[in-house]
Design a protein around this ligand. Structure first.
Ligand code: HEM
Length: 778
């Protein structure tokens, strides 16, 4: 007998021994009854005598450069860190996908230099074929997005609330990947559309991936997943002419929402400046639905997740957003990328509102209704940790485009509520990703693979990466010693045995809970909690959007709906639309609503969270032309850099110029390639020749007017105030440092540090809405 047949007979014998080690399925009896269901048992395993009986083949030890060696015990190498798939071509020659070195990458193969191209050109054909298939379907919603890597750091153990891995101990770090997005537009659409922003975070926890797939607005348009396709069909470009792109200002959206009064609360948020954030780093994030947290003892509470940006909540104004969308459709993508590359890492605090089922029963609203918030004045936010985004993806497609978030991805210590919108989402994401990412194995795409071990009996399918060892792909089994075996309650995920509390027993039904019918109380709460400036912006946004609606009946229906939330708002919008008389309010689904606990919630105002006052990541333009006071320009640039801001030297043209002192100064941007509205603030330097040149350039006036109109800080030094006057700014030229807190600082030549300090202070306050007018003065 040779070695191979020895091994074969050993394998037969050991296989028999392994199978005999499990004469019956000992966990079977424990699969029955409610109590067993709540505490599932761990699976049973039998140790094989050697690795022989569990291997796929007898030849597995015959290694090569390709096969490598035998799979180490219990290892799934497809989940190793992303290093395993990183590619760096430095110093390498060009090859085909089969590793054949390519001698000539310039010409196709022809019969003679002027002859016909040949079909046998496998190099050309491979290249073109791969190119032909470079695109994958874009996401059905949230197609436009940008991503970043980072980490979540736990402040203190939150084990009283949850056993979820990221919250187990103080200082614990969990890697994350985040994707921010707009909802309506296609993949190449502009970043600054008026829209909800997606805020999706994948936590690569020790116990599997947890995706918190949220938005920057804590409520949603609809209450039941049944209406999601209708909502999306209504807001996406209209099917007959595929317009408008990335915009809700059109007939079908307002037709739908004005027939769905539960959307009123969400509409308030979407018409507010929340829907045009300044940066992904300056917006909040919310889990939206009520979730559960479960601790080791198995007791659970409800939670609502909140992300709060360290830089504060700051937004654009509408006129600015419209202009930016033309000059830089990648505005938010660029901002995120540049912040991270420059070390101004976006940071957010994660907190939860915690409440029990009993508390929830007493609330005036239903916590399963995604159109309702839990006011912070009712249940405060408990901080749990912070997230820092500190690494840009190496490759947009491989990471940001192929990442697959899913609300179904939760880990032990977390669970769902019965929110009917959430239930639909739990199904939807995997379902859509199967077609978007080309089959059921997209969890193996490196960005999606967890760090936690993955072992199961799923097999085959398109693009399978893993090469499982052995012949067993089912459970229970005895031929692989029972492996992989079920973890049981001690280590595995167990759903909370939530019972449905209702006054009378209910059966299958298609209906909403009663309190879902209160469509307006929280819309009123939101509007009443805004500052007057924010209320004006909301009214103006309704006016703009509805002015794009071509059907008067839809405009009237919307105003009729608004009357139930705020008579003042409805009247203002109606006036803005030229309606002489107000339509009757829409009939209410619930005429007598429970008394709300909170009537005003300052926390709902964007201005409530100004942030840490840092200028990190902000952009300032210093306008220059030949003859400018160069010393001041460089000193101002250095002072801003020290604050973490980026100061660009913007001239009529890019390139070198001579300063008043005859030194060389380089303009790194031009007023043409970086118009004024792309900057957070403006500095006009002194220098007679420069001022004369800038005064002759129409771009200068647009630059100044936009900065003024968008309420951003402006510093004018010395004679450059003449430019402000030429642009028509309504300022008195009294040469005082700051003009009544309006963010306009007109300083004497040589005012030096004092002027810069006042300017930096004005920048820390971002916008100076005191000078805003409707219609705008300039
Ligand atoms: C029943 C209601 C909903 C359904 C059926 C639904 C469905 C979807 C689908 C199919 C995608 C594309 C996923 C992909 O291709 O990878 C998506 C993306 C997304 N959804 Fe929803 N959605 C719903 C409601 C919501 C709500 C309420 C939120 C916010 C809490 C939300 C947040 C997101 C985010 C952030 C993304 C983008 C994820 C990414 O960056 O890849 N969705 N949704």
């Amino acid at each position: 007998m040779d070695d191979a047949s020895d091994a074969a007979s050993s394998k037969v014998a050991q296989t028999e021994q392994l199978a005999a080690g499990m004469p019956f399925n000992p966990t079977k009896a424990g699969e029955h009854g409610f109590a067993n269901g709540a505490m599932p048992q761990a699976g049973v395993t039998v140790e094989p005598a050697s690795r022989l009986p569990t291997g796929s083949t007898l030849s597995e030890a015959n290694g090569s450069a390709k096969t490598g060696s035998v799979a180490p015990d219990g290892v799934n190498a497809t989940i190793d860190s992303l290093d395993r798939v990183r590619v760096d071509s430095a110093g390498q020659t060009l090859t085909t996908n089969q590793g054949v070195k390519i001698a000539d990458n310039q010409n196709s193969l022809k019969y003679g230099v002027r002859g016909p191209a040949l079909l046998e050109d496998f190099i050309l054909r491979e290249k073109i074929t791969h190119f032909d298939h470079e695109r994958i379907p874009e996401r059905i919603v949230h197609a436009r997005g940008s991503g970043a890597h980072g980490y979540f750091e736990c402040y203190d153990a939150a084990t009283d609330l949850t056993m979820a891995a990221p919250f187990r101990e103080a200082g614990k770090l969990t890697p994350v990947f985040v994707r921010f997005s707009t909802v309506q537009g296609e993949r190449g659409s502009k970043d600054t559309a008026r829209d909800v922003r997606g805020f999706a975070v994948k936590f690569y926890t020790d116990e599997g991936n947890w995706d918190l797939v949220g938005n920057n607005i804590p409520v949603f348009f609809i209450q039941d997943a049944m209406k999601f396709p209708d909502l999306v069909h209504a807001v996406k470009p209209e099917p007959h002419h595929q317009m408008p792109q990335a915009a809700s200002a059109h007939d079908t959206f307002w037709d739908f929402v004005s027939l769905m009064p539960e959307s009123t609360h969400m509409l308030m948020w979407v018409m507010s400046d929340r829907a045009i954030p300044r940066s992904y780093a300056t917006m909040q994030g919310f889990g939206v639905h009520s979730f559960r947290m479960v601790n080791e003892q198995g007791s659970s509470v409800f939670v609502k997740f909140h992300w709060t940006p360290k830089a504060g909540t700051h937004s654009l104004v509408w006129d600015e957003a419209v202009k930016i969308s033309g000059a830089d459709p990648d505005y938010h993508r660029r901002d995120l990328y540049e912040r991270i590359e420059s070390g101004a890492y976006p940071e957010y605090e994660l907190g939860v509102q915690v409440f029990t089922e009993e508390q929830a029963e007493e609330f005036s609203f239903d916590i399963l209704d995604a159109t309702k918030i839990v006011p912070e004045e009712l249940i405060p936010i408990r901080p749990l940790g912070r997230m820092v985004l500190n690494r840009n993806p190496d490759n947009f497609f491989s990471e940001t485009e192929q990442v697959a978030f899913c609300t179904a991805h939760i880990v032990p210590g977390l669970d769902f509520s019965n929110d009917p919108l959430l239930a639909g989402r739990i199904h939807s994401y995997v379902d859509t990703q199967i077609s978007r990412l080309g089959g059921p194995n997209f969890h193996e795409i490196p960005i999606n693979a967890p760090l936690a071990p993955v072992h199961n009996n799923q097999r085959d399918g398109m693009h399978r990466q893993a090469i499982p060892r052995g012949k067993v792909a089912y459970e229970p089994n005895s031929l692989a010693g029972g492996c992989p075996f079920q973890a049981g309650a001690a280590h595995g995920f167990v759903s909370v045995a939530a019972s449905i509390s209702s006054k009378e027993a209910q059966g299958k039904v298609r209906a909403k809970p009663e309190k879902f019918a209160d469509h307006y109380t929280q819309a009123t709460l939101f509007f009443e909690s805004q500052t007057p400036v924010e209320q004006d912006h909301i009214a103006n946004a309704f006016r703009f959007e509805l002015s794009k609606v071509t059907v008067p009946a839809i405009r009237e229906r919307t105003v009729a709906m608004l009357r139930n939330a705020s008579e003042a708002l409805a009247a203002k919008v109606a006036k803005g639309l030229g309606m002489d008389t107000l339509p009757d309010p829409l009939p209410k689904a619930m005429p007598d609503v429970p008394t709300p606990e909170v009537l005003k919630s300052p926390a709902l105002s964007l201005l409530h969270r100004p942030g840490d006052g840092s200028l990190a990541g902000r952009k300032v333009a210093i306008l220059v032309a030949p003859g400018v006071e160069g010393e001041f320009v460089l000193a101002a640039q250095a002072a801003l850099l020290k604050q973490g801001a980026v100061a660009r030297i913007v001239g009529p043209r890019i390139g070198p110029m001579a300063t008043a002192a005859g030194d060389a100064l380089d303009a790194d941007a031009s007023m043409e390639n970086e118009p004024g509205f792309l900057f957070d603030a403006l500095i006009l330097a002194d220098g007679a020749l420069a001022i004369a040149a800038l005064a002759q350039d129409g771009h200068t006036m647009e630059f100044i007017k936009d900065q003024f109109r968008h309420c951003k800080p402006i510093l004018a030094v010395g004679e450059s105030r003449q430019l402000l006057m030429k642009a028509g700014l309504p300022i008195s030229m009294d040469k005082s440092l700051a003009q009544g807190g309006t963010g306009l600082i007109v300083a004497e030549a040589g005012a030096g540090d004092g002027a810069m300090d006042a300017f930096i202070e004005a920048m820390a306050r971002h916008r100076h809405f005191g000078r805003e007018m409707d219609p705008p003065l300039l």
